[in-house]
Design a protein around this ligand. Structure first.
Ligand code: C2E
Ligand code: MG
Ligand code: MG
Length: 483
């Protein structure tokens, strides 16, 4: 009978149905993966930003119904960029995964964690009776970071800064995240590895920061920046090795703004390249003018100029030719200029930076390593980049009189540098006792308020022997030291 299907036909039909079923299952599987990856962070498996928004909306609605606030924690890992730059992205990724694991373990089962940016995480704490409950969670997260991370056999210590906020009846997801972020910023400002609870005055600070960012832009347009100079002095001869140029900003309404603050704002808002270029120009102009006015017979022992360079400046492909041109325009030889970079710049995993640093030293510029002892240094880098000088961070010098460990660290840095044939400068020298201790440990180049505060070059001159015939600049203050 024609309606009767042959075995062949039945088999074909079964195969077709089976294929269709397979295709449907596959489509469902793909849809599930797509939904999951649209809502989850691929690296850590935590909720992502989109899902966090959903969680927040649901939690806020629930909290309005049962009149129990929710708490938001905003976490940012301190100096994560250093790790990523110096140890590579692979280690960076492992650190992020481990951070996610520790956060997840530290929170309660009713809470949710999300990764919302590179090294930023958020936690939503449900049904909080008050801020105390949230603070307990924040503290537990901090505690969970106390043990070092071990990634690819490297021991890494990393801790978060945490901003904490409690919802009110009117809170929206965006406001809660913004306020928790603001509080996190405060925690960072306090040095990190701590939490801060949001209060309204903080919002004021955040607004001021934004205002400063645009003032900075205007300041660059209208050339409000200047350079102050601070000598590096040899003890006991008093010879000045170099003058460090330090950026100064005299804001038309607010007055002098701390360089620590405006350099950070310039870096965060991508204005540091422009600022760095202006400061370099000003420093070269002031320094060469001062040098020419002295008209010494030889310039062999005359001071050199050192200028601070930020990592972003060194990542510019044109930085070497532009700097050399600026030096040349002022009639200076490249070996009269040192660039100061921090350890993290040196260890940046970036070929452009490495090539630029090499070109700078090939052209005769000196390389001073600033704030030494505060980063993740490795001795190999010191050799690879032809570092001329290590500047021991003032944090160690400050405590050298009283703290045995600081003294031991300074001593170790001095011994290591001498073995590698690298000079050392102690930064932030303020007292005669520090001068004596440093001298005793074999460090003879010093910079700090004890000798001079940063000032205009011409204002510094009364401290120095400035006879026209002298072929070195000598700091009189060092002659006063009892030996
Ligand atoms: P830095 O390069 O380590 O500069 C030394 C800082 O230590 C200066 O702070 C200087 O005024 C301060 N200082 C010197 N002697 C003493 C002392 O005896 N005691 C104490 N407590 N401090 C002392 P300043 O001028 O506030 O600059 C802070 C930081 O801002 C600099 O640290 C540098 O990292 C950055 N900076 C300044 N100018 C520039 C610039 O033109 N470009 C870049 N990229 N960074 C800059
Ligand atoms: Mg410096
Ligand atoms: Mg320094």
């Amino acid at each position: 009978m024609s309606s009767m299907k042959s075995i062949d036909e039945v088999e074909r039909l079964v195969r077709k149905l089976d294929r269709e079923r397979q295709a449907r299952l596959e489509a469902e599987r793909i849809a599930e993966i797509a939904t999951r990856s649209a809502l989850h962070d691929n690296l850590t498996g935590l909720a992502n930003r989109a899902m966090l928004d959903d969680i927040l909306k649901t939690s806020i609605a629930r909290s309005r119904r049962n009149h129990r606030a929710i708490g938001i924690l905003f976490l940012d890992l301190d100096r994560f960029k250093n790790i990523n730059d110096s140890l590579g992205h692979k280690v960076g990724d492992l650190v992020l995964k481990e951070a996610a694991r520790r956060i997840t373990r530290a929170i309660r089962s009713v809470d949710s964690a999300a990764r919302i940016g590179g090294d930023e995480f958020a936690v939503v704490c449900e049904g909080a009776g008050g801020i105390r409950e949230i603070v307990v969670v924040a503290q537990r997260i901090l505690d969970s970071f106390a043990d070092t991370f071990v990634c690819e056999e490297k021991e890494i210590s990393i801790e978060p800064s945490i901003g904490v906020v409690l919802s009110t009846e009117e809170s929206t997801p965006a406001e809660l995240l913004r306020d928790a972020d603001t509080a996190m910023y405060q925690a960072k400002n306090k040095g990190g590895r701590c939490f801060e609870i949001f209060d309204a005055a903080m919002r004021e600070v955040a607004t001021q920061r934004l205002a400063l960012e645009s003032s900075l832009r205007a300041g660059l347009r209208t050339h409000q920046f200047t350079a102050a100079f601070q000598p590096v002095v040899c003890v006991p001869s008093g010879n000045v090795r170099s003058f460090e140029a330090l950026a100064r900003w005299n804001h038309p309404e607010l007055g002098a703004i701390s360089p620590e603050l405006f350099i950070r704002i310039a870096e965060d808002s991508h204005q540091i390249e422009e600022l760095g270029e202006q400061i370099l120009g000003i420093a070269l102009r002031d320094f060469s003018g001062w040098l020419h006015r002295r008209k010494g017979p030889s310039d062999g022992d005359l001071p050199i100029l050192s200028v601070n360079f930020s990592p972003a400046q060194l990542a510019r492909p044109t930085i070497v030719p532009r700097t050399l041109e600026a030096i040349d325009e002022m009639g200076l030889a490249p070996d009269r200029v040192a660039i100061e970079i921090t350890e993290s710049t040196l260890m940046v995993d970036n070929d452009v930076v490495a090539a630029n640093l090499k070109q700078f030293s090939d052209k005769g510029l000196r390389l001073d390593l600033d704030d030494f002892g505060t980063g993740y240094s490795s001795l190999a880098y010191l050799k690879r980049f032809h570092v001329d000088v290590l500047k021991i961070d003032r944090m160690f010098v400050r405590d050298i009189e009283t703290d045995f460990e600081s003294r031991a660290i300074v001593e170790a840095i001095i011994k290591m540098s001498s073995a590698l044939n690298i000079d050392v400068i102690a930064e932030g020298v303020e007292t005669e006792l520090q001068v004596e201790i440093l001298g005793g440990l074999g460090c003879h180049w010093m910079q700090g308020y004890y000798f001079d505060r940063p000032a205009q070059l011409d204002a510094l001159k009364h401290h120095y022997a400035t006879e026209i015939s002298a072929d070195a600049v000598v700091c009189k203050k060092s002659a006063e030291i009892k030996h």
